[in-house]
Write a protein that binds this ligand. Sequence first.
Ligand code: BGC
Length: 376
Amino acid sequence: MSNRNTFVRRFAAGIAAVAALAAAGCGATTTGGDGEQEAASVEEGFTIGLLLPESKTARYEKFDRPYFEEAVAELCPNCEVSYQNADQDVSKQQSQAEAMLTEGVDVLVLDAVDAEAAGSIVQQAKGQGVPVVAYDRLAQGGVDYYVSFDNKTVGRVQGEALIEGMEKAGTAGDGPIVMINGSPTDPNAADFKAGAHEILDGQVEIGAEYDTADWSPDKAQQQMEQAITSIGADNISGVYSANDGMAAGIIAALKSAGVDEMPPITGQDAELAGIQRIISGDQYMTVYKAIRPEAEVAAAMAVAAATGEEYQGTDEHPLTEATDGAGETVPAVLLEPIAVTAENIEDTVISDGFYTVEEICTDEYADTDLCKGAGA
Ligand code: BGC
């Protein structure tokens, strides 16, 4: 369906929000930034560039993009979203951003492949008077706003769950754990890693630890193979995996080394495949990050920034501050992550409408407790 059609469908719902923004005087002022540009108006609509980093992790195409487009359609029915995915390629993202700026987008919403390199996109946008909202990952260069989750807390939640899982499995203290972190160009990965270390250091022995370029599940699988070779598959008492995509590669490596019963393994993103591995017992936990509010806050920030308004935050999602990798402080909204294990799938991802029981309980999982309980 085209953006336009989505907008028409959403038009009624958007009217109240538009009226509120119009009453607040949107469209009457000029944008911030270093360049000169007339502020866009919600009545006339404008173009929002959305740049997402990769497509191997399911969230971006399945949730971030559609939720963002829906949120924009509600807030600004006459706006267009111009979308590009960089497929983990730094220079591809740079060209996508340049093309959008040349085409004349009014605001960029940027989830950077490489937060430091993205500083030049931010500078270029600012030079043209185009505001930038950093989405999920904090690009350097002095963005106007940032929305994400509390990423250190994500790491802490993963570390705590790993220890809990090892205690429950009775493997705590039996052997070392393996840590497989995310991409070194993603500042979130550094936060997840730091948060996890806060909990794990001194509590468990870390037998091997890797950073994984591009968050690649294939590379995570190779790293796990290396760890198995040096530690021995049966001696590994738990695995810290920074996200669900990599957990898939890690589990594949353990299975091909002959391990039937997985040690506790963490994840993140509440991917459908991750939730299914949790109910079948292959993965111990994931982190549910409610992407809808993240996308909605990003859309509200983008509309405010493009129309020369100040985004104020809401009672539910108040503005705070975050500091980028170059030491610059930016206004931010940071949402709370939630740990998901077999025990609370129903109270989290299902009750939130992230997945239906039918989506989770495909034939392969019909014998699991969750699916039997649901009568699916
Ligand atoms: C996101 C995670 C995602 C990872 C890989 C991180 O910046 O916060 O949700 O799993 O990137 O794309």
